[in-house]
Structures are given as structure tokens and as C-alpha cells.
Design a protein. Structure first.
Length: 161
């Protein structure tokens, strides 16, 4: 059996954070996230964290409908062969690797904000997922879309005499 390219929805193994935030912003950010954080280098040209230094960053939107969930993630610069989705119980995990084609020496960068390397994002759904029913697409705009049907409810049939 081929392993599913899907794994856990609504909790994240994504690590993000910043080291140059004010104490007030740090407190607010830490109270909003239970996830571990790693220092993020800031760009010399802005007050925002430098995305190139945020390990494994993957943005993810999750939508709930009556019969299914949809997960959408923009994943530019990744070959389909470098992208995996794993499903285990109620967890959907997206893993991949963004490979930089040309090797530029660090001292030649004027601004470096692009992330290159391995990334991973997991979300835990409120139900177990049947990997055989999950569908995924990766379009030319580099948007990964995963459709996860909800569990089928048990149907009770009355027996007539």
C-alpha cells in the first residue's frame, strides 16, 4: 500500500517567532501561541521578522463545511516530487523541501528573505481521517488544496414488522 500524503489537522508542529519584538509584543505573542518558538533574524530594512530565518514556515488556511474540511497552503518553489502529505488518525501533516537552485555566497546578499530547506506543518482535526477518502491538488499557482471528508455518521434503519 502506498503511504498517504496526508497527516494531522488543527495543531501545528510549525515553529515560528521573533527575537527583536518588544516585551509587550512578546508577551502577547506567547500568550496566543502554545508552540515553541525559535529566534528569527530581522531584515536590516524593516521591523518585521525575516522569513528566510523562520525554520519550516508554511502558511495554512483550514475551512469547515457541512461534510468536509478544506486545507489550503501556498507552497511556491516546491516540486511536486518534494512534497508529501501524511495522514495518521486525525492528524494531517504537510512536509516538503524548497531547494535553492543556485548557490549564492552569503556575503553577496543585499536582502535575504526567502526560506530554503525543509518544512513541515501538522493540523489535528476533531475526527479520525480515512486516508482513502482524502483528495489533494497542487495547481499551477502553487496552491496545495486538501479536501478531507468528515466521518460518515452511523445511519440507523428502522425495521418494519
Amino acid at each position: 500500500m502506498i503511504p498517504s500524503p496526508f497527516h494531522g489537522i488543527f495543531s501545528s508542529s510549525l515553529k515560528a517567532g521573533g527575537d527583536a519584538l518588544s516585551d509587550a509584543k512578546k508577551t502577547k505573542s506567547q500568550s496566543q501561541s502554545a508552540h515553541k518558538t525559535e529566534p528569527v533574524q530581522k531584515s536590516d530594512f524593516s521591523d518585521t521578522p525575516n522569513p528566510a530565518r523562520t525554520k519550516g514556515q508554511v502558511a495554512l488556511d483550514v475551512f469547515e463545511f457541512d461534510n468536509y474540511f478544506i486545507l489550503k497552503a501556498p507552497i511556491a518553489g516546491v516540486k511536486l516530487s518534494d512534497l508529501d502529505i501524511e495522514i495518521t488518525d486525525n492528524v494531517v501533516t504537510i512536509r516538503g523541501r524548497r531547494v535553492q537552485a543556485d548557490q549564492i555566497p552569503e556575503n553577496q546578499y543585499y536582502v535575504k528573505e526567502c526560506f530554503w530547506g525543509e518544512f513541515e506543518r501538522s493540523v489535528t482535526l476533531p475526527f479520525n481521517v480515512d486516508p482513502r477518502r482524502v483528495k489533494a491538488t497542487f495547481n499551477k499557482e502553487c496552491i496545495l488544496k486538501i479536501l478531507v471528508p468528515k466521518e460518515e455518521k452511523v445511519k440507523i434503519i428502522r425495521i418494519n414488522e
